[in-house]
Every structure is written in C-alpha cells, then in structure tokens.
Design a protein around this ligand. Structure first.
Ligand SMILES: Cc1cc2nc3c(=O)[nH]c(=O)nc-3n(C[C@H](O)[C@H](O)[C@H](O)COP(=O)(O)OP(=O)(O)OC[C@H]3O[C@@H](n4cnc5c(N)ncnc54)[C@H](O)[C@@H]3O)c2cc1C
Ligand code: SF4
Ligand code: SF4
Length: 1020
C-alpha cells in the first residue's frame, strides 16, 4: 500500500499486558462505582495516560484515576480496598502532577485531589492562619487570603499549578526560603485519611497527650507508639545524621517530629515530605505571613556565572530576603522568549561587557526607611566592588522598585525550567539531579566539580536556583530516546549523589525523592533507614500507598523504585524519528505543567480552565498524540504529512459512541481545543497544539465520517463572499426562523453573525475608493502607489463588520493614505482548524502567491483581524509551496509607526467615560506589544487606555457558535470577561472580532468596539 492509499487503523483493543486494566482493579472499580463513589472514576486509556507522567523522565501507566469530591469518598475508596479480594490494590495520591522525580506515578490507582478539593474553608486573619482543602493551587490560596494582608509564604516555581497537597508532601520551598522557610514550617494541622479509611487530625501534642493516644488500640494509637519509639528514643542518632541545612530531605522528618525543648510531638512533620506514602492528606491548617509592604529587587550582573555564585554569600550578608541566580544559558533562552519584552528594561545589557549571569537580590521591610537603608548600603558596596575589584566579575546592577516589574522578573525566573526545554537539538534538559543542596559556603566549589562531571560527558546544561540556600537547579540535556543517554543518566545520578554527600549536602534539596528513593538507605544508614521503614510499616504494612517511594515497610521484601525505572523515552523511541520530527510540537512537551495555569486572566489554556480535565490541556493533548503515534508505529501506519486522497464520505465509517477506539479519545481532546494558539507562544517550548490537532483531524476524518457542520465551516468563506454580494437577501435567507432552526439542528450552529449591509465592496464603490486585484495594483503608477495602504481582507471583518474596514479607510485618508481594498482570495484558517488540510494548502498557495505579488510593490499591507493575519504567516509557512516573502502588519503595528508624524491632522474628542482595552488572546500571546501599541496610539491624543488582563472570551472563531460548546464558551466568558465588561461607565474596546461578537451575545446591554471604530467615531 502506498502512503497516499493508507487509512488510519481503528485502535479498538488493548490486549497488551501493560495497557490492560488488571482484573482485580476492574473488580475494585466496579465495586466502588456500585457503592456510589462520590467522585469521578476514570479507567479510560486517555484518562490513565494523563496520570502516567509528571515533569520527570519516567512514565508509568496507572490502572485508573479517581477524582474524589469529598473526604468521605477518599475514606470510602481506601476502606473498600481493605476487603480481602482487593488487598493487592495500591494507591498514589496526586495533586498538580508537577513532581520532577515521578513522585505521584503509580502502577496502581491514582487518587487525584486537584479536580475537586478546592475549598478555602476558613481564614483567621487575627491569628494568621487558613484552613483549606489540599487540591487548592498555591497561588489560588494566596488570592483568597490577599485581602487580609496575608500570604502563604513558602514559594515554588510552579506556584500557579502545584497544589497545597503536593507542596506538603514534597515539603516544597523555593525563593525566599531563608526567611520564609519550607512548607512544613507552616503546617499547623493536617487532616489525613489513613489506608484503613480512618481519618486523623494531626497537630502538635504534648508528650503526655501523645502517650495517651499511643495507649489506644486504633491505627492512630499504633502510629504514636512508633513515633515515640523512634523520634524520642533515638533522638541522638537522628540529630547526628540529619544535615544542618535549611532544606529538609523528604522522607519522614524524624528530627522535627519531636521538639525536645517544648516536649511536643507533631505527626504533621512526618506527613510533610512523605510523598503520599503514609496517607492521603485532605485538609490543612496553614500559618500565614503578613505581606511585606515594601519590596525592592536589586539585579546584580556578572561577567561569568562562577562569579555570581562566589558573590552570593556577600549578598546574603547584606540582609537580603533572598538571592536567586540565573546563568548565561537561561538568560540567553529568556532573551529569545516572549517574556523578554517585559523584563528587558530591568536587565539592560552593560555597555562593553557581556552579561553571563545575574543574581536577583530581594529586600523586604515594613517601612521605606528600613528598605532604603538596606538597598543603599548594598549598592554602595557593589559600586565599590565594581570599581576596585573588577576581577570579582560584578559588572553592574539595576534597582527595581516597581511591584509589577519585580513580579515579571520572578515570572521569568519561574519560567527558567521551561525555557531550558526550548534548547535546540534532540538532547533536551531533563530532571534527575536538578535540585542539589549544599551548605551555601560550599556552593561555588561544588558547582565547579558538578560542571566538571557534566563537561566530561560534553553535555549542555543551564543553571539557576536559590544561591542563598545553596540550592541549584541543573538540568543536563539528554536524549531520552537514545538508550546510551539513558545509561548516562544513571552514571551521572550516581556521581552527583556522591558529590553532594562529599560537600555535606543532599541530592534532593527541594523536589523530593521519587525514583531517587534508591539512594535513601545509603544516605540514612542502616539504623535510621530501619526506623523510617518502621514508620512506613505502621502506616502501611503491605506497601500499598505510593509503593517503592521513600522506603519500604519494615520486615518486608518489598523493593524501592529505582532510577532505572521505565522512562518516557522508552515509549517515545518506538515512534520513527521522521514521525517524531513531523510532530515535534507534541514530542517536545516536557511536562512542566505551565499550561495548567489556574489564573482566570491568563491566556493559557482556556479549554483546561473551563473543564478542569487535563486531557483538554496542551500537555494532555501532546501526551495523547504521542501515544497515538506510538500505536501508529506499532501498526506500521505513517502519519507524517496529511492524507492526500480525500476519501468519499460514503466509504468512511460512522463513529460510534459505543465502540471503543482510542482514536475517538484523541479526537475528543482535540475537538475541545479552541485553537486559540496561546500554547504556541506561552508554552516555554512552544507546544503548538493547533498544528498537530489539524493533522490528527485530517487523518481521523479519512477513517470516520465528518459531521455535516464541518463542511459548512470549510466553505464558510466562499459562501459568505457569495452572499455578501446581496447581503440583505443573504441575511433574509440565513436568519429567518426556519433557517436558524435548520442551522441549529443540522449544523449545530447558533448565533451566526449577520452580513454587513451595505457590504464592504459596495461601501468602497460608493465612495470611489480603490478595490483592486494584485495585477491592477501592480499596474498603478509608482507615485500613486506610494500613497497607498493595502488592506488584506479577512472573512470576518469584510463580510460581517464592513463598518470597521470603513473606519480604517477613513482614518487612513485623514492621515494622508489611499486605502486600497485587496481582492479577497480567502484565508483558510477555518479549514486548518477543522483539519481540511488539502483545501487549506490550496487556499494558502493561492493567497501566498497574491501576497507575494503585492509585497514586491513595497506598499504597506495591513490586516485587521489578528488570528487570520497570524495564520497568513504561521500556518501558511507550514503548508504553502511558496516562500513567505510578505509581511502583513496588524493595523496597530502600522499606525504606531506612521501616526506620530501625521496625527496632528486629526482632532480627537476627549472621552466622557474611561476606556478599557481587551486584546484578542491569540494576539495577546503571539504579539505581546499589541496592547502597548494601542496605548501609544491613543496617547497621541492624550487619551488614557486601560489594558485589561484577560483570558479567552470563549468564542475563538467558530468554537463559540457550536451548540455543543455553549457551556464552555459561557464559562470562559464568565471567568474573565463578564464582570469587567459589565462595569458602569466604562467603554470596552476589543481587538478581536470573536471577542466583540461574544460581548454582543453574552452582555447584551453592552457593546464592544474595535479601537479603530472608537477613533473613527470620535475624530473630528
Ligand atoms: C518547572 C518546575 C519547577 C519547580 N520548582 C520547584 C520549586 O521551586 N520548589 C519546589 O519545592 N518544587 C519545585 N518543583 C517541584 C514540584 O512543583 C513540587 O514538588 C510541588 O510541590 C508538587 O506539587 P503537585 O501538586 O504538583 O504534586 P504532585 O506532583 O501531584 O505530587 C507530589 C507528591 O505529593 C504527593 N501528594 C500530592 N497530593 C497529596 C495529598 N493530598 N496527599 C498525600 N500525598 C499527596 C504525591 O503522591 C507525590 O508523591 C518544580 C517542578 C517543576 C516542573
Ligand atoms: S505543553 Fe508546554 S507548558 Fe504544557 S506541560 Fe508541555 S511543555 Fe509544559
Ligand atoms: S490552542 Fe488554546 S485551547 Fe487549544 S491547547 Fe492551545 S491554549 Fe489550549
């Protein structure tokens, strides 16, 4: 069979041992369902794949994922597993799934609290604490307590997606830990479900109380008996072994569980850092810290990274709250990332010197005078170093006092891991020795030796971290699909474990142990490791809670998990290399989870935000595509390129909801994507979901019949173009009650916009403006051509919002240009979105050729709709046979250039209400300067324009018009648009056609205008 004849196989059976749900688990899940489990039970292959990876190199398929809604449901799930027939069922709790060492991966059942355990139950501002469920994301918790002037202070880079449960169980910490400490330092009380279904509350207890509990015959009693025997009786051995670092080593904090001075026992200290091996923690009472009123960041610049490391103790001595570092590799990647636009002003290059490292020194204080004194004394000392000791490598510094700039610099630092993922080549930075901690005074020497190890293997790496605490994040680049690099990972792991021990440190300074648990016995020594095992045995004698992590139960032959466990690379390497290259966007996802960002006003990722289902996220979709490609490889099906033959619909199968096919699971995840493209620019490794989604849909619909509505979308451009010739008739035909009913019932579309009356073409004709083909343009005299601005039409504006085109033309005329409407040949974005790739390619070829011809004339080419203009560059570059020699600018990009010299020609009225601007989410993420440009344009007439942070409005092209997407569309609008749009006395401006349509139908009493329309309506 030739490639062009092949049809995607149906993946209907999973007979392979490793993908089948084991019979005991099938029985357990059925029993749980019959018992009325309050939550979701997901045994689907796609659902299990979502929990098979985290940010580590490992991949482990669980049997199922449970999403309990209540504590009682967790208790019920555990209690059911006590029946004899289910005693081999194992569990691993999970939160945000951002672990870097496979901590939450399991061959048993994953209990995921991130979907429903979101409640912040109680805030006591007077006493400074909060009680919350453990599925709450750390930043969301801080949102909830901010109004009280308090925050949960332990920080971590993944704060916008990691959960409180995950933080507690890895004892997370990060920037500012010298002052704010680790998560365990802030745990006041925990509610935990034990394996037998019992629920206990842990809080500090006097020795006497602890002994009373120990005397009871409950599981809790047994736990206290063991705790007293280990933590009190073996105090000396424990103190001798636990390193005097600010970092704790995950795995049962024997040292802090007992406070000999205050004679207190605190079992929460054992649970914190236990990586889900002792219990499922459902609720936490956490200590809160007053938000420092004053914060200043001093960014110190260095000629080399080693100088930055050696300079760290000097900075800490300056009474800094934290000192964070970044090396030149990370800096260079940040320079190429979208985030650089926001931080460049705070990290200006030093004239005549190359900046190869920075330290970010934070000062906090309760009053201005105190902070100024600290900052002044540091900057004076730095001036001195720069002038008198240039050999120390300090080349400059910048003081940053503005809160939002400080936040963006930290956002850049938090993005560092992701940025490293954008490293070119097959070798990508991977986590396995990424959070070493050594006493800070040893850091520079330790790093020198660490680098020597990596250099000896000629590996590329980037470094950043918390130099104040001696923690450095290093991710060497390896190709995990190459078995030889997998061997290297083991060798380097062993060497780094030995090196950290040599410098009195830990290999797991911050992220926990996970698959590195195999190093625990040698680290703790026989006696203390045995005690850890006894603790494990009393909680979980049969090794059923996250088995193999931290330690095994005392007296059993159970084994620890190992660094050599099955890795994602094992599965990825089964996909032929050319296929991997063709689907690089999906292959490159490194699972850092940035796309799980909880924040309503962030662009990524609307479908995940609206559904809470990780299948509907960029990571989820990339995971499913990789598995689909692997199955394709097993079946010798080549999914490179796209299907060429275009099979006749009648020859295709009708997709059946009853008949299982993994293709359907992948398709469901792809169809829920809004194609907003936020992932393509916001994901640090640019996982562009719409690019592989289109390919998948193209293959899928060669096997299965398409819904009729897809054909409507495919042909929407020529259809609208034809109807726009007689727009009144077109509207009559399309918007009468019968047609609306048919459109809804047959095509599943609602709220379609009406054609503009008069049409764009008629407006141009009546005003005698130029409406030309590329050939007619080329025939124009050169002098006349020089005055022209060419409007590249898009279907939305031209056919449904012709008044906007007219507004632009009027403005262009006022500033001395002739607006030329370029003959419409199509755009094709909708064809790409629906996976009609053959048709899309034809459209792209036609339009690219037209635009190339116009580009030769050297006239400005302007588009009004961001998503379609971006398509002319991004998607066209992947499909057209023509080179992309043209540059179509968005209207604000052009205006911002030409307006300063010409704006005096226009008098603008002063607005009576304030103006707020929403940029289209595709534009916001791909062109981060768009909002700034509009502000600049309005400032020409001294009109303030407030830019609103917003996520997707929920319309996204045709998505919001589809009946089946109404719930998601509305939810997204409510999440980040409705309240702002419906404010009193504010005029809303929105750059996206979709967004304006969404405002019109969701906030019926409000209107959103394109900024151009407002200008046109208000200029004299
Ligand atoms: C890019 C990147 C940067 C990172 N930076 C930092 C950093 O600065 N500081 C830091 O400390 N970590 C960091 N991490 C690691 C990771 O984010 C933390 O370990 C985080 O605390 C994990 O939270 P989570 O909700 O994702 O937990 P998961 O990964 O889901 O789980 C982590 C562990 O906690 C257990 N667990 C989760 N919830 C519960 C529960 N309710 N009850 C019992 N056990 C539970 C799981 O079984 C697992 O063992 C980083 C990770 C990435 C990918
Ligand atoms: S899609 Fe991007 S942001 Fe999401 S997990 Fe993958 S690499 Fe990270
Ligand atoms: S295109 Fe938008 S909805 Fe689709 S995966 Fe990317 S961010 Fe999510």
């Amino acid at each position: 069979m030739t490639k062009s004849e092949q049809v995607l196989p149906a993946y209907t059976a999973f007979e392979r041992r490793e993908t089948r749900i084991e019979s005991v688990y099938q029985g357990y899940l059925l029993a749980l369902e019959q018992a009325g489990f309050d939550g979701d039970i997901d045994g689907s292959y796609s659902g299990r794949l979502m929990a098979a990876t985290d940010n580590s190199v490992y991949q482990q398929l669980p049997q199922a994922v449970l999403y309990p809604r209540t504590t009682a449901a967790v208790q019920q799930a555990f209690a059911l597993a006590q029946y004899d027939q289910f005693r081999s069922v194992k569990f691993s709790p999970r939160g945000g799934g951002t672990g870097t060492n496979g901590q939450s991966l399991s061959a048993g059942i994953v209990v995921d609290l991130s979907r429903y355990f979101h409640q912040v139950a109680e805030v006591n501002a007077d006493e400074g604490w909060v009680r919350c469920q453990t599925g709450v994301v750390k930043d969301a918790l801080n949102d909830a307590v901010r109004e009280f002037g308090l925050f949960f202070s332990p920080d971590l880079s993944t704060s916008n997606r990691a959960t409180i449960g995950g933080m507690i169980n890895t004892d997370a910490s990060g920037q500012g830990s010298l002052v704010y400490g680790k998560t365990s330092d802030h745990v006041l009380e925990l509610k935990a479900v034990l394996l037998n279904g019992e629920c206990i509350t842990t809080a500090p207890k006097s020795l006497e109380q602890a002994q009373q509990i120990a005397a009871t015959e409950t599981l809790e009693g047994a736990i206290y008996r063991q705790v007293l025997a280990t933590c009190v009786d073996l105090r000396d051995a424990i103190e001798a072994k636990f390193p005097p670092l600010n970092r704790f080593l995950t795995g049962y904090d024997l040292k802090h569980c007992y406070d000999p001075e205050r004679q207190l026992i605190d079992v929460s200290r054992l649970l914190a850092g236990s990586e889900g091996t002792l219990a499922c923690i459902v609720e936490a009472k956490l200590n809160l810290t007053p938000i420092p009123r004053h914060k200043v960041l001093v960014n110190v610049k260095y000629s080399d990274f080693q100088s930055a490391l050696r300079n760290a103790p000097f900075l800490v001595k300056a009474r800094a709250t934290s000192v964070e570092t970044i090396d030149s590799n990370v800096l260079n990647l940040a320079r190429q990332d979208i985030i650089w636009h926001q931080v460049a002003a705070q990290l200006q290059e030093v004239e005549g010197q190359a900046m190869h490292g920075i330290n970010m020194v934070e000062f906090t204080a309760v009053d201005d005078a105190e902070i100024n004194e600290k900052v002044d004394s540091l900057t004076a000392a730095l001036d001195d170093l720069i002038n008198s000791q240039p050999e120390l490598g300090v080349i400059g510094y910048q003081v940053c006092r503005d809160a939002s700039s400080i936040q963006t610099i930290y956002a850049m630092r938090k993005k560092a891991v992701g940025l490293l993922g954008a490293t070119r080549g097959r070798r990508k930075p991977v986590a396995f020795a990424e959070d070493t901690a050594v006493p800070p005074e040893n850091l520079a020497d330790f790093i020198a030796e660490f680098r020597a190890i990596l250099n000896s293997y000629e590996l590329h790496y980037g470094m950043f971290g918390h130099v104040d605490a001696g923690v450095l994040h290093v991710r060497p680049a390896l190709d995990m699909t190459d078995p030889e690099d997998e061997v290297l990972l083991r060798q380097i792991s062993d060497q780094v474990a030995a090196l950290t021990a040599k410098y009195g440190g830990l290999m797991w300074g911050e992220h926990g142990k996970g698959y590195r648990s195999e190093y625990a016995p040698s680290f703790f020594g026989d006696e203390l490791y045995g005690e850890l095992q006894k603790i494990k045995a009393v909680f979980d004698p049969d090794n059923r809670l996250n088995p193999g992590k931290i330690c095994t139960p005392f007296g059993t032959t159970a084994k620890l998990v190992s660094v050599d466990a099955t890795k994602r690379g094992y599965f990825d390497r089964q996909i032929p290399i050319e296929v991997r290259d063709d689907y690089a966007a999906a292959m490159n996802c490194n699972g850092n989870g940035l796309c799980f960002n909880y924040a309503a006003d962030s662009a990524m990722c609307p479908s995940f935000k609206a559904t809470g289902d990780r299948r509907n996220s960029p990571k989820g979709r990339a995971t499913l595509i990789r598995e689909w490609l692997r199955l394709n490889a097993e079946h010798k099906f080549d999914a490179t390129g796209f299907p060429q033959q275009g099979r006749f619909e009648l020859f295709k199968q009708i997709p059946s909801a009853e008949k299982f096919d993994f293709n359907h699971e992948v398709k469901a995840a792809m169809e829920s994507c809004l194609a907003c493209k936020a992932c393509a620019s916001q994901c640090p490794v640019k996982v562009d979901v719409p690019s592989f989604r289109a390919k998948f849909l193209a293959w899928y619909y060669e096997l299965y019949r398409r819904p009729v509505k897809d054909y409507l979308v495919k042909n929407v451009e020529p259809l609208a173009q034809a109807m726009a010739k007689w727009p009144r008739l077109g509207n009559l035909l399309s918007h009468n009650p019968f047609s609306l009913w048919v459109t809804r019932k047959l095509f599943g579309y609602i709220d379609a916009p009406k054609l503009s009356v008069p049409s764009a073409a008629s407006r141009w004709k009546s005003r005698q403006w130029l409406h030309l083909s590329e050939h007619e343009l080329a025939a124009m005299p050169k002098r006349e051509l020089q005055q022209c601005v060419v409007i590249v039409q898009d279907p939305f504006t031209s056919f449904y919002e012709a008044e906007l085109l007219e507004a632009f033309a009027q403005l262009a005329l006022k500033i001395g240009f002739k607006p030329v409407l370029l003959a419409f040949k199509g755009n094709g974005k909708a064809q790409h979105v629906k996976g009609f790739l053959k048709s899309f390619k034809q459209t792209a070829d036609k339009v690219a050729s037209q635009l190339n011809a116009v580009a030769k004339l050297k006239v400005p080419m302007i588009g009004l709709d961001a998503s379609t203009v971006l398509c002319l560059h991004d998607e066209y570059a992947q499909y057209t046979k023509h080179p992309i020699n043209y540059q179509v600018q968005l209207v604000q990009e052009w205006l911002v250039d030409v307006l300063p010299e010409r704006a005096s020609a226009i008098a603008m009225k002063t607005p009576t209400q304030s103006l707020q601007l929403f940029t289209h989410c595709t534009e916001q993420t791909a062109m981060p300067k768009a909002a700034q440009h509009w502000q600049k344009i309005f400032s020409t007439w001294r009109i303030p324009l407030q830019v609103q942070a917003s996520g997707c409005c929920g319309m996204a092209g045709t998505f919001g018009h589809e009946v089946e997407n109404q719930a998601v569309s509305q939810k997204l609008y409510n999440l980040s648009w409705r309240e702002k749009v419906e404010q009193e006395a504010v005029i809303t401006l929105a750059t996206g056609f979709s967004c304006r349509s969404q405002v019109e139908r969701m906030s019926t009493k409000k209107r959103a205008l394109h900024p151009l329309q407002w200008l046109a309506e208000n200029c004299a």
